[in-house]
Design a binder for this molecule. Structure first.
Ligand code: ADP
Ligand code: X15
Length: 655
């Protein structure tokens, strides 16, 4: 599934709260590496150009949930203003009247930076109240903080429970490149690992053993592997407690046919300092006591270069030596040059954040690689195959191959014939679904025929709000399936909560109606949903399960194929209260799993499950963006122009 991006949404006049990763190194109030700020500029500029009001959120460093001036984002906001060549407002608060005032004064095309998100205790705890508060400041969340994607915090993940979250350009690019390396890397695929700690990278090595052709190991981590092979490593940095893990990795690699290439020589010294005596020794001869390996040697550089030369995909994470000191930077620089060289020949090269990115920058080679990730921890976890919460929380595009998406309007007891005719005539001109999804209007019985006539040459379909299960006879006030079919109605809503609760319709009655409707060839929209007391008692799943099982009682899989289900939490109908996208998704997923249990996986996958309950254009994107929400059964908003807006939102996010 593809993620929704900032390009898919309308930004004009919208308040956009954008999470960026401005966690940059600052020394004495000066930013020492602004790569991450520069990397976010495209998305910010795009939003400004489209007329959005941009509120920026970021963390900086690791303050302990309270104000700490050394971690203020003020210097970053100042620098951002220079880079954007635009006025950037800064508020030294994370919530409260000062923030709200600044937001309300913000004009289209202006930027406001709020203070460090980690000055709030709730940020790293993903506190729902804090997330809700930040969400309340804006219409839309843009997530461009790839560097933070491995953290489930309030400003990047929690907030997506309340407003739609779409990816910025940086996030999109990071995912695109890293996904290529994870999913179908062009071969030969070479991974180069270095840096200080094996323990940080065990997960990624294990995952890469199933994918890479060669893994080259340098940096301090090589000594843990060499010691595991009984080589003498002197006083080099070794993780003694990881020797077994290193051995296991070497054995697994052998079993999987992955070549692990370890250095054959090293540059050694007695201290990690510039200008100290250094020499190169062969690994087989051993590193003398009191000496430590601080870089890969010349022969290893040649060996690594040869291994790199024919690769088509490279992932590099971790320097080959103590590159910060020029005396031990040679190996890292040469490997970086070799990667740059092979990139020119068409290899996709990905540099995984942190110190490797700093090294690439130091050697002036950063622009020579296909992609330098802005995330260290995040890119590693991505390569490990871990699902990153800061990516999962971004809304997804809908895939048409799975099932039919539907926007259905339940007009309830509203609109006379004349009003219905006027309204639906307007809709026809504005809603062109082009087979992407179905739009259904469900007028009162009295207007059904008129609406059917007007829509007959359009793609808009017509549904009834109720039906009885008998064919004809002494049933005063009731209407049969044949009467509906006679005037060309295609759909019928069954078991709406108002019918269940105001007119006391039982599960048994709904089951009879459902059987009749299915047998007649009409398509039922079966409504289910819990009341507030039931939700509060934790009975949501029980209620929904009972309603579905009772409704389907006695029906076969074949007979049930045309069912559309609408989950409508009763507490959200006409109350203005809306289930959060996550609350709704949770129940939709439950329903899909239930259908799998009742029938089978294929049936569950193909069944359209709509959400209903206070849907409005400003909350619909977040709901419809969820994987198991296939559209909406809309009440109030189906009576006005808002219905067209809802259709447009659906169109924008269906692939
Ligand atoms: N042989 C070595 N001995 C000690 N430190 C090393 C050695 N090789 C590399 N390093 C240090 O490892 C650090 C980077 O490690 P790490 O944080 O794991 O990498 P990254 O940030 O790229 O993931 C650098 O500061 C570098 O100086
Ligand atoms: O710098 C970061 O991580 P990284 O150094 O692993 O790339 C991110 O901003 C996340 O910061 P955190 O590791 O304090 O959560």
């Amino acid at each position: 599934m593809e993620k929704l991006t900032i390009k898919d949404v309308d930004l004009k006049g919208k308040k956009v709260i954008m999470r960026v990763d401005f966690n940059v190194p600052i020394k004495d109030g000066k930013i020492t590496d602004e790569t991450r700020i520069v990397a976010a500029l495209d998305t910010i500029q795009y939003a400004l150009d489209k007329g959005a009001k941009v509120i920026l959120l970021s963390h900086l460093g690791r303050p302990k949930g309270e104000k700490d001036p050394q971690f203020s984002l003020k210097p970053v906001a100042d620098r951002l203003g220079e880079l954007l060549n635009n006025k950037v407002y800064f508020v030294d608060e994370t919530r409260g009247p000062k923030v709200e005032e600044a937001v309300s004064e913000l004009k289209e095309g202006e930027v406001l930076v709020l203070e460090n998100t980690r000055f709030e205790k709730g940020e790293t705890k993903n506190d729902p109240e804090l997330a809700k508060y930040w969400a309340s400041l804006a219409d839309l969340h843009v997530n461009d903080a790839f560097g933070t994607a491995h953290r489930a915090h309030a400003s990047n993940v929690g907030i997506a429970d309340y407003i739609p979250s779409v990816a910025g350009f940086l996030m999109e690019k990071e995912i695109e490149f890293l996904q290529k390396a994870v999913e179908n890397p062009e071969k030969p695929y070479v991974v180069i690992l270095g840096g200080a700690k094996v323990s940080d990278k065990i997960g990624v090595i294990n995952n890469l053993l199933n994918k890479a052709d060669k893994i080259l190991i340098g940096g301090a981590m090589m000594f843990t592997f060499l010691k595991a092979l009984d080589k003498k490593v002197g006083s080099s940095l070794v993780e003694e407690d990881k020797l077994d893990v290193a051995k296991e990795i070497l054995e697994n690699a052998k079993a999987k046919g992955v070549e692990i290439v370890l250095p054959i020589d090293a540059v050694i010294a007695q201290k990690i300092e510039a200008g100290v005596e250094k020499k190169t020794v062969k690994i087989d001869d051993g590193i003398p006591e009191g000496w430590m390996g601080l870089d890969i040697g010349l022969e290893t550089v040649s060996l690594f270069k040869e291994k790199i030369s024919d690769s088509k995909t490279i992932v590099w994470n971790g320097p080959m030596g103590v590159f910060e000191i020029d005396d031990f930077a040679f190996g890292t620089e040469e490997v970086a040059k070799a990667i740059a060289e092979v990139t020119k020949k068409g290899c996709i090269s990905i540099i995984g954040g942190g110190d490797s990115a700093a090294a690439a920058e130091k050697f002036g080679l950063a622009s020579e690689f296909s992609h330098v990730s802005t995330g260290g921890g995040a890119s590693l976890e991505f390569l490990e195959g871990i699902e990153l919460p800061g990516i999962s929380s971004i809304s997804e595009k809908k895939n048409l191959n799975e099932r039919i998406f539907i926007l259905a309007g339940n007009w309830k007891m509203n609109k006379t014939n004349a009003e219905a005719a006027e309204f639906v005539s307007k809709l026809i001109g504005q809603i062109k679904t082009q087979d992407k999804f179905e739009v259904i209007v469900c007028p009162p019985f009295t207007a059904l025929e008129k609406v059917r006539d007007i829509t007959s040459t359009s793609s808009i379909k017509v549904g009834a709000q109720n039906v009885y299960y008998e064919d004809k006879g002494a049933y005063t006030g009731e209407i049969s399936v044949n009467m509906l079919k006679d005037i060309g109605v295609e759909y019928v809503i069954l078991g709406h909560s108002e019918r269940r609760h105001i007119f006391q319709e039982s599960d048994e009655l709904i089951n009879k109606k459902l059987k009749k409707v299915l047998a007649s060839g009409l398509k039922p929209i079966l409504c289910v949903g819990e009341q507030l007391e039931e939700r509060e008692k934790g009975l949501t799943f029980n209620v929904v399960e009972r309603q579905i099982k009772e409704a389907l009682y006695g029906l076969t899989e074949e007979e049930s194929k045309k069912i559309i289900i609408a989950y409508e939490p009763v507490w959200a109908i006409g109350t203005g209260k809306v289930a959060t996208p996550n609350q709704a998704q949770e129940v939709h997923k439950f329903i899909r799993d239930l259908l799998k249990d009742i029938f089978n996986e294929e049936f569950a996958k193909k069944t359209t499950i709509l959400y209903g309950g206070s849907i409005k254009p400003n909350n619909y994107l977040g709901l419809f963006g969820k994987p198991d929400i296939d559209g909406g059964l809309v009440g109030g908003a189906s009576l006005t122009q808002e219905f067209v807006e809802l259709a447009n939102i659906m169109k924008s996010i269906i692939e």
